[in-house]
Write a protein that binds this ligand. Structure first.
Ligand code: NAP
Length: 278
């Protein structure tokens, strides 16, 4: 059985749907990963072969003013899950982020590039990566710029704002790969099923800026919204973000035989499914 922790989050719900009968989901009502007792009880009772941790404190700007919560959930919580997995001989799959990098490389990041987080969120997720190693059997999957049907995300924000305004200003100096949670869930399952261990990068192929992503969303939806550029400095958010954090995903393709589709076709598929679900 594959236990999905954080099963009611944006990624967790898509992963549960794809796992079908192989999956068992728990979230904050059943397990608090910041409590070692809660983790030992739930994982010890269910005895999964694999634990996929999709639970996290994901408010990147909120982490700057809530450092203790960020470290407790994203760092220490992973240590408790890893120790519970170690005791069972189970595999721990930890979902991590491009925000462990500073974005200064200028080329796509490979798995063994040195992390250098710019934010509390990035530091806490890096702590989680290191703590995953308490389980001898561990797999770390770094991803970026997630969107999906079951959570707050950039696509939904743009569609909401695009329905209200005919002009928006969006940052054009952060580059990455928008990634559909369904494609990430497919990548995670492929990595598990192919016995992969260690660090992997998993994101939709090709890249753009947030500004380019916003333009693509409006083009695909036929919304006549003009998208003006602005810089990250002008936006002035509490947490620093990497400017170029594209993830090189060829190790995923080589070892798990899974090549995520380009971000633009993933967006088209997502918007079709979203329209059908409305
Ligand atoms: N979203 C992105 O753009 C992005 C990018 C790169 C990497 N990631 C990583 O991808 C993973 C999934 O992200 P997501 O966007 O799907 O997250 P999400 O929608 O915020 O889901 C996280 C889930 O974890 C739960 N949770 C929070 N604290 C918990 C605790 N102490 N114990 C148990 N459950 C707890 C949350 O419950 P509540 O909602 O009640 O708090 C929520 O259901 C995370 O590891 C995240 O760091 C995300």
């Amino acid at each position: 059985m594959i236990l999905v922790v954080g099963a009611r989050g944006m990624l967790g719900q898509d992963l549960m749907a794809l796992l079908g009968a192989r999956g068992h989901g728990v979230d904050i009502d059943e397990i608090d990963i910041t409590s070692p007792e809660s983790v030992m009880k739930v994982v010890g009772d269910l005895k999964p072969e694999v634990v996929v941790n999709c639970a996290a404190y994901t408010d990147v700007d909120g982490c700057e003013s809530n450092t203790e919560t960020a470290m407790a959930v994203n760092g220490e919580g992973v240590a408790y899950l890893a120790m519970a997995c170690r005791d069972l001989g189970a595999l721990l799959v930890q979902v991590s982020t491009d925000y462990v990098f500073d974005g200064g490389k200028g080329r796509p990041y490979v798995e063994d590039d040195a992390p250098c987080p710019l934010s509390v969120y990035g530091e806490s997720k890096l702590a989680g990566e290191m703590n995953a190693a308490f389980s001898p059997e561990h797999l770390i999957v770094r991803t970026q710029w997630l969107y999906g049907l079951h959570g707050k995300n950039f696509v939904e924000t743009m569609l909401r704002l695009g329905a209200e305004k005919d002009e928006l200003t969006v940052v054009d100096d952060q580059i990455g790969s928008p990634t559909w949670t369904v494609d990430l869930a497919r990548a995670i399952i492929a990595l598990i099923d192919n016995g992969c261990r260690g660090i992997y990068h998993a994101a939709n192929a090709e890249y753009c800026s947030w500004n380019g992503f916003a333009k693509a969303i409006f083009e695909e939806q036929g919304l006549p919204v003009s998208v003006k550029p602005m810089t990250t400095t002008e936006l002035n958010r509490p947490a620093r973000r990497p400017l170029y954090s594209t993830l090189e995903c060829s190790k995923l393709a080589a070892d798990a035989g899974f090549q995520p589709q380009p971000w633009r076709s993933a967006l088209q598929e997502y918007l079709e499914i979203r329209t059908a679900a409305l």
